[in-house]
Design a protein around this ligand. Structure first.
Ligand SMILES: Cc1ncc(COP(=O)(O)O)c(C=O)c1O
Length: 364
């Protein structure tokens, strides 16, 4: 039995006809950039993630960079973020003109809030918590810390569509919350896409301007911005998919529960909901000794796994100029050699999930 790491074709096949119809309608109207498809999706997505306003942009990286700039972050500022995230989080901070300050994770991979508190200094302007793998960061503690120090919070929810914090979705927790619609995400477009949501209408208006060449009206550029807009075809595709998001997240949790049942008692470190919210399981990341041997043997058996991410950001050549040592990030540096992402998606069958568990257990 082959178990791919991700199976986009399975999701796409189930929605092929409505996707084709929606895209044909956009093409018939030539509503390629802007227009009602984008506005309708923005309104529906804001409601789905519990925010008042939404701006569609070109991708999740731009969403973060534009939201940071719209929140007033710029050159000379420091922005605190996770050491163990995808590079896009840190790239966005640099794109906004600021300097990323990396913080180690706790043993649940989420940013260590006490370490964040210790890192706050005179140049700190914002915190970018990452809802990594689909698990909500501890927003009660982070928002409280930010409030006490006058910092902005721009959350990276690229992996966390459908995750919850307390009894609410993540979209209202922070000055801005940024999403990616990269095709492999929990809610993915048929190409690149991203969104910024916020309860602050002024921030979204500034972001809208920045994302459209800094213009407040045609050819009236009040600042230099970028070109980063969600296009009509992607908005239409996302509008077809959005109503399925709750069922997809439920199905991911179902797979996660099965992994948990089968793998607890093996001594492996398994992911779980944090005490303050519910995981959306974009990724199911375990820690396993001899990770590379086990990943290779699983691949040999037709089971594809991932590693998210093989090198913590401060240990990458791209950040060598910051002069960090591995010992500065003991958890992220140790976990990069132990983490293994097992296949998880709504269409993964119980037979496939059990097959992954059987093979994995046999290799321990
Ligand atoms: C944690 C995280 N942040 C940001 C991004 C950037 O999103 P995008 O690929 O849409 O630019 C991604 C996804 O790639 C991500 O996983």
């Amino acid at each position: 039995m082959r178990v791919p790491f991700i199976d986009l074709k399975a999701q796409h096949a189930a929605l092929a006809e409505p996707l084709r119809q929606a895209m044909a309608a956009v093409m018939a109207e030539c509503a390629f950039v802007g227009g009602h498809w984008v506005r309708d999706f923005e309104a529906a997505f804001a409601a789905a993630v519990g925010a008042h306003h939404c701006l569609g942009v070109g991708n999740g990286t731009d969403a973060l960079a534009i939201a940071l700039r719209a929140a007033g972050v710029g050159p000379g500022d420091e922005v605190i973020t996770a050491a163990n995230t995808f590079i896009a989080t840190a790239e966005a901070i640099t794109m906004a003109g600021a300097r990323p300050v990396f913080i180690d994770c706790a043993d649940d991979y989420l940013i260590d809030v006490e370490a964040v508190a210790r890192a706050i200094g005179p140049a700190t302007r914002a915190i970018v918590p990452v809802h990594l793998y689909g698990a909500p960061a501890d927003m009660t503690a982070l928002l409280d810390l930010a409030r006490r120090h006058g910092l902005k919070v721009i959350a990276d929810a690229a992996q966390a569509h459908g995750a919850t914090h307390g009894d609410r979705p993540l979209g209202g927790l922070g000055d801005a919350i940024c999403y990616s619609f990269y095709p492999g995400k929990i809610l993915g477009a048929c190409g690149d896409g991203g969104a910024i949501v916020s309860d602050d209408a002024g921030l979204i208006e500034r972001a809208r301007r920045l994302a459209n060449h800094g213009s407040e009206s045609k050819y009236r550029h009040v600042v230099e911005g970028v070109n980063s807009r969600l296009d009509g075809l992607q908005a239409a595709a996302l509008s077809v998919k959005l109503p399925h998001l709750p069922a997809w997240v439920t199905a991911r949790r179902h797979v996660a529960r099965r992994y948990h049942e089968r793998l607890s008692g093996t001594g492996l470190d398994l992911p779980d909901d944090p005490p303050w919210g519910e995981h959306a399981y974009h990724l199911y990341v375990i820690r396993v000794p001899e990770r590379d041997r086990i990943a290779a043997a699983l691949a040999e058996a037709g089971i594809e796994c991932g590693i998210h991410y093989p090198t913590a950001l401060p240990n990458l050549p791209a950040y060598a100029h910051l002069g960090h040592r591995r010992e500065d990030f003991p958890r992220a540096s140790a976990y990069q050699n132990e983490i293994l992402s097992l296949p998880i998606y709504p269409e993964l069958s119980t037979a496939q999930t059990d097959h992954v568990c059987d093979r994995l257990i046999a290799l321990l």
